[in-house]
Write a protein that binds this ligand. Structure first.
Ligand code: PXP
Length: 274
């Protein structure tokens, strides 16, 4: 899908991980007031122009930010792949199959959560997940499972026929931001190790390894520095262990700050030169 529109900007050597930018919170700002701006497609165009490799959106069941129309427009207009985060429900699976994103990332969803709180419990939702993956794959949509970095979840993803796992890095990221007080440093270290081990297992099983949730410009660095160990006898390769990042909130927050000066200048111009 989307193969007729390659984007030269997004070609990269294998030694670099790719970045999917989650633009949900552009839609959050729009929905806050029900205004026609900010335009989701304009945001996606800027993300593409900056060199990101993928646009990620979460069509939540309550449609609190991204709407069906957004997904349709992105699908029609994007030059980079579209990654649709989605709950494993009949309605959303039907929309995904109809729209045809390049990737579907299966996530757990709770109505009252502020953001996705943990990984998908594949074994608890065996029948539903198996059925959804079957339908998505039949529609030639690649599937990733958003899971905790545990051996059990990695093996379950493999057994369901997923193409990739996306590790929920929320606990690592919170720890790295100091959220657990005196336990933060130790938790950061143990979570990083948990992630490393789970990523190695996933690679060994032939799954692509993605990661996301809670990354900021600093806490992503130790994760991005994790490398695939060199195979015995092979030339040192320095391949990143995590192949793809999906990052949203911190990028949108940064965009608000780095874009502020220009935004104010443009308003002054509207007022002074009507
Ligand atoms: N990956 C998945 C599967 C997610 O659910 C989210 C949050 O919507 C993200 C990545 C991005 O997380 P954040 O906005 O914290 O960067």
């Amino acid at each position: 899908m989307n193969t007729e529109k390659p984007n030269q900007l997004q070609t990269k050597p294998d030694s670099l991980a790719t970045l999917g930018v989650n633009i949900d919170h552009v839609a959050t700002l729009r929905q806050l007031r029900g205004t026609p701006y900010p335009d989701i497609l304009e945001a996606a165009r800027l993300v593409e122009a900056a060199g990101a490799h993928q646009i990620t959106v979460h069509l939540r069941e309550d449609r609190r930010h991204i709407r069906d129309e957004d997904v349709k427009r992105l699908r029609a207009e994007l030059r980079v792949p579209l990654n649709l985060e989605m709950a494993v429900t009949d309605e959303i699976v039907r929309i995904a199959v109809r729209t045809g994103p390049d990737w579907a990332c299966l996530v757990p969803e709770k109505r009252r959560e502020v953001t996705t709180e943990g990984g998908l419990d594949l074994l608890k939702n065996k029948k539903r997940v198996g059925h959804a993956i079957e339908r998505l794959k039949k529609a030639r949509i690649k599937v990733s499972c958003f899971i905790e970095p545990s051996a059990e979840s990695v093996r379950a993803s493999k057994s369901f026929g997923a193409d990739a796992v996306e590790f929920h890095t929320g606990r690592y990221c919170l720890a790295a931001q100091g959220a657990f007080g005196a336990r933060s440093a130790a938790t950061t270290k143990s979570e990083l190790e948990r992630l490393r081990k789970a990523a190695l297992l996933a690679r060994k099983l032939g799954l692509r390894v993605h990661a996301g949730h809670g990354f900021d410009y600093e806490n992503v660095r130790p994760v991005a520095a994790l490398e695939v160990p060199d195979a015995p006898g092979a030339e040192p390769g320095h391949l990143p262990l995590i192949e793809e990042y999906n990052i949203g909130h911190s990028i949108i927050c940064r965009a608000v700050l780095v874009g502020m000066e220009r935004a104010v200048r443009e308003m002054l111009s509207s007022i002074w030169a009507p």
